[in-house]
Design a protein around this ligand. Structure first.
Ligand SMILES: C[S@@+](CC[C@H](N)C(=O)[O-])C[C@H]1O[C@@H](n2cnc3c(N)ncnc32)[C@H](O)[C@@H]1O
Length: 402
């Protein structure tokens, strides 16, 4: 199908952006990976429905885990109860999560110890996260009666694959819908001389074995780094609660979503590859630029997470399970079937919210927006897609520091 978007083909004018992209991919993603800040239609704050569903699904398990957590006494490990959300992004999800932890622990302290401790909440994400938007959306400043916000808030910039806090600092650590993001794209996946070169694909779902193996190896190393750091930072008896994108079965990791229908429809798969191909066909980018981009996300299985925790040691696993999340409500589905254009717009905003900062680093702002427009066009015009249901999977894991 022909795309109907007017574009400039002035390669000369775009050249500096190409040079910029090739330099910045080298090394890790720490400096530029983030969700899209602000609060416009393409922001993460307005497009975080799937992570919000993940929180709703894991909430009962999380509350049970908090109920069974050892309460720390003032004279022992704490002068305040310290909670960290790692990979907090911006918006409602992180604030609701911290509120939930503070409120349930506060009630327990009042009932079981007859005291109300002070709480500190650390919002942590990569330095490129829009911390300003996050802090602007915090509930009003804590009053002396603790009535508006019952915790002291602080931002902690840095990668959760490295140390973020002093030793034995934290009582509760949560990380929600963040650990599927790897620290880097494996080098061999971008290397055209390697058998693991992921030519013509933006992601690994359905990719050849060597590509998937390279991602799996990176994922294993990253999870290990994450756990080793948290092992240092969490006090004995403290809790690590993780929810991350995951797949239902250990076998066939190339089937990252565990469901062929989801594969057709997932925002990182078919339509994304087609959008890159359209940019290429139109002469706006060359093959090297297209193949130099990969989405640094890996969906682990419960077995992979369990193996990682056991190998790290120092944690007692309380629970690990896989849960399936339907992409959106039945009503929304019906609405979109009647209006594919608004479906395309919604999906394009979702990929803008999650991928714009890294796509912009690769292509520059102009071409990046052109890619998203073509993505929107593909999705709006592929009506068969609309009738499929898309599932996301999450792994929920809770462990106590021994
Ligand atoms: C999909 S968002 C989830 C945000 C939030 N936890 C929620 O549930 O809505 C993933 C977040 O993980 C962050 N992230 C990815 N890799 C990270 C890393 N290495 N260190 C810290 N944060 C990271 C991203 O910047 C992003 O804000």
């Amino acid at each position: 199908m022909k795309e109907s978007i007017a574009i400039s083909t002035d390669r000369e004018a775009l050249e500096p952006e190409y040079k910029y992209c090739l330099q910045t991919w080298a090394g890790g993603l720490d400096r530029f990976l983030s969700m899209q800040g602000g609060d416009d239609d393409g922001s993460y704050a307005k497009n975080s429905e799937a992570p919000a569903s993940a929180i709703t699904i894991c909430k009962p398990l999380f509350l049970v885990a908090i109920q069974s957590l050892k309460l720390f006494r003032r004279e022992e490990e704490m002068d305040s109860v310290r909670i960290a959300d790692l990979g907090c992004a911006t918006g409602y999800n992180t604030l609701a999560t911290i509120d939930m932890v503070v409120e349930s622990l506060r009630h327990r302290y009042i009932q079981e110890c007859g005291l109300e401790p002070e709480f500190e909440a650390f919002f942590s994400d990569l330095p490129s996260n829009d911390f300003n938007s996050l802090f602007r959306s915090l509930p009003a400043a804590m009053l002396s009666d603790g009535k508006t916000r019952r915790y002291f808030a602080a931002g902690v910039p840095g990668s959760f694959y490295g140390r973020l806090f002093p030793k034995r600092k934290l009582h509760v650590v949560v990380s929600l819908s963040a650990l599927q993001w790897l620290s880097k794209i494996p080098d061999e996946v971008l290397d055209k001389r390697s058998p693991a070169w992921n030519k013509g694909r933006a992601w690994i779902d359905g990719a050849k074995g060597e590509v998937v193996e390279a991602y799996a190896k990176q994922s294993e190393e990253d999870l290990e780094s994450f756990l080793r750091c948290r092992k240092e930072e969490i006090v004995r008896g403290g809790m690590l609660f993780m929810v991350m994108g995951g797949r239902p079965r250990p076998e066939q990791p190339e089937n990252q979503l565990g469901d062929p229908d989801s594969r057709a429809k997932h925002p990182f798969t078919t339509s994304m590859d087609q959008a890159w191909q359209v940019l290429l066909n139109e002469g706006l980018i060359d093959e090297e630029t297209r193949d130099g981009f990969n989405i640094p996300v890996y969906m682990r299985s419960t077995e992979e997470v369990e193996r990682g925790i056991k190998r790290c040691g120092g944690f007692e696993i309380q629970r690990i399970e896989y849960q399936k999340i339907v992409e959106h409500s039945e009503e929304k589905h019906e609405e979109w079937i009647k209006d594919p254009v608004s479906y395309g717009r919604a999906k394009a905003n979702l990929v803008r919210a999650t991928l714009r900062p890294i796509v912009e680093t690769h292509l520059g702002p102009y071409l990046s927006e052109e890619l998203f427009k073509r993505y929107e066009n593909r999705v709006s015009s592929d009506t068969a897609l609309l009738h499929k249901t898309c599932f996301y999977g999450v792994i929920i894991a809770c462990a106590i520091r021994k």
